[in-house]
Design a protein around this ligand. Structure first.
Ligand SMILES: Nc1nc2c(ncn2[C@@H]2O[C@H](COP(=O)(O)OP(=O)(O)O)[C@@H](O)[C@H]2O)c(=O)[nH]1
Ligand SMILES: [Mg+2]
Length: 525
């Protein structure tokens, strides 16, 4: 409801919350917690609307907070005292008929006094707060709580205490809240006019030194009533404007955003993203060379086994299959038996990843270089195993059954062998027939060459020739296949470099620039 009247604050609060969520685990935990708390507090305060203005009377023991409360109320509702701090818990004085109970419940103030009549201050909730210099720690904590939650801060000081270090420590911490601050120099009845002037001048100087320029300073006396009307007017205006709630929260949000921004560091340009370099390094370290040679050798071996001369084929089969030795082509899941990356390769992978992060954050202020390395850079063991997987699957993808023509050639080789064996057998029979002086066997001839001789020699010769030619053709196929595996694997590894390293780095850099943007919005810049 109220945010409808301050869309800017609503937007800034949302930006602050979002920034705090994103900064969690990245930026200074104190600043993150402060931003989260401020956003939560602001939303809660806004839920109670702006019809009441919470004005806290803050100051040292005996400065006259309770006396000023009584002077403004017009009767003795607060206990005052000369020697002892008498205000141990906050007293709320409420002007007007609007129900302030929920707001005071939220604030945790139990002592309440309703001030009758007085339309001028209707909506004012004056809080007489324990002393900021109380010896009791719970008094100081109560004072700090109220100071953090009130809409306006009315400091009451006097000629003796206006320069106290404790006061100015608080003032410096709240220097961003000058717009909702009033400083009352009380007990001016104890000074001459010249002294009042000098005192006010000195107080103003100290406030400026604290970083507070915009705070209003009034000279008052709770005893004689001097300046009380002026103070009343200041309060009446604030209550009528109903702007203090939003002003206070704006100052809070600006401060919290500033703190987060300090921890975020200046908005410098990111370094360079050397994606290509990283991809190349990973490809080189991935063992693709070993695999693609194995693919080539394996292809040749399979071709020979299918199409070579049948008599010598089995010899080749005795040797281990180059590809299966790497457990790549077996289709088995899990880690392959690619040669484990050597120490040097491993260092190269880790180094390349580290370099990618370092280049991306070059020239960036802390904590970004280490944040990017910590949050965006994967474990190099993970990268290694993913590379291994990618190479294996690229290899498997380019594995096929023996082509039909290999089978056809293999069949032809069998026929040629049978022909050679038939020829040789036939010649053996002829040889023995002659040896035993048997009558000549009829030997058919083709163009003057005896058929058994043609079968034996032709079978052997063509068997050898077909094997040789088939091997040449297979060599081309082997090269093509190994190239295909190599480029497929390289593509996959390049994709991994992006997926595992570059994308997370980009995401972290984007988060950083989003944080800058959000904090600019939250800070109202
Ligand atoms: N002379 C003089 N004494 C004051 C004035 N205001 C408060 N006192 C006295 O200062 C003492 C402390 O006042 P009190 O209101 O209890 O201070 P608190 O501790 O800030 O609440 C009391 O004895 C008051 O009478 C003032 O304007 N002039
Ligand atoms: Mg008091």
């Amino acid at each position: 409801m109220i945010l409808g009247r301050s869309p800017e604050l609503a937007e800034r609060l949302e930006a602050l919350s979002e920034a705090a969520t994103m900064a969690e685990g990245r930026l200074d935990p104190g600043a993150v917690a402060a931003a989260t708390n401020i956003a939560a507090k602001a939303n809660e305060r806004l839920r109670h609307g702006t019809s009441h203005t919470l004005v806290a009377l803050l100051g040292a023991t005996g400065s006259g907070k309770s006396s000023m409360t009584n002077a403004l109320v017009g009767s003795d509702v607060a206990t005052t005292g000369l020697r002892r701090p008498t205000t141990s818990s906050t007293l709320a004085c409420v002007w007007g008929d609007d129900d302030a109970q929920p707001l005071l419940d939220w604030l945790g103030v139990a002592s309440r006094h309703q001030v009758p009549g007085d339309d001028e201050l209707s909506g004012l909730v004056l809080l007489d707060v324990p002393d900021h210099d109380s010896v009791q720690v719970e008094h100081r904590m109560e004072m700090e709580w109220i100071a953090a939650h009130a809409d306006m801060l009315l400091w009451i000081t006097d000629p003796q205490k206006y320069a106290d270090a404790a006061l100015h420590r608080y003032l410096r911490d709240l220097s961003g809240h000058g717009a909702v601050m009033v400083v009352a120099l009380n007990k001016v009845d104890t000074l001459t006019e010249d002294e009042v002037k000098a005192c006010r001048k000195d107080l103003t100087r100290l406030l400026t030194a604290d970083g507070i320029d915009s705070a209003k300073v009034v000279e008052v006396s709770a005893v004689t009533g001097r300046g009380v009307d002026e103070l009343r007017n200041v309060l009446a205006t604030a209550v009528a404007d109903q702007k203090a709630v939003v002003s206070r929260l704006e100052a809070d949000v600006r401060l919290a955003a500033g703190e987060l921004a300090d921890s975020l560091g200046p908005d410098s340009k990111p370094g360079s993203l050397k994606a290509k370099h990283l991809a190349n390094e990973l490809v080189e370290a991935s063992g693709i060379e070993v695999v693609s040679s194995a693919v080539e050798a394996g292809h040749l071996r399979d071709a020979s086994a299918a199409m070579g001369w049948p008599v010598t084929r089995w010899v080749r089969k005795l040797r281990p299959h180059p590809l299966r030795r790497l457990h790549l082509g077996s289709g088995s899941a899990g880690r392959s038996s690619l040669p484990d990356p050597s120490g040097a390769q491993r260092a190269r992978v880790a180094g390349a990843i580290r370099d990618a992060a370092d280049h991306a954050t070059e020239g960036m202020p802390a904590p970004w270089p280490s944040l990017v390395r910590k949050r965006a850079v994967p474990d190099s063991a993970v990268v290694e195993s993913r590379i291994d997987e990618a190479v294996s699957s690229a290899t498997r993808k380019h594995q096929s059954k023996d082509p039909l023509w290999w089978k056809a050639i293999g069949f032809l080789q069998m026929i040629l062998l049978i022909a050679a064996l038939v020829g040789l057998g036939w010649l053996t029979i002829i040889f023995f027939a002659q040896w035993f002086q048997l009558p000549d066997l009829p030997t058919p001839e083709v163009r003057g060459t005896p058929v058994p001789t043609a079968l034996a020699l032709g079978g052997l010769f063509f068997g050898w020739l077909v094997g040789l030619l088939a091997r040449q053709v297979a060599r081309v196929g082997a090269k093509r296949r190994s190239r295909a595996v190599k480029s497929e694997a390289a593509k996959a590894v390049t994709g991994l470099a992006d997926e595992l390293v570059m994308d997370p780095i980009r995401a972290e850099l984007k988060l950083r620039s989003d944080l800058h943007e959000l904090l600019r919005t939250a800070g109202g810049k």
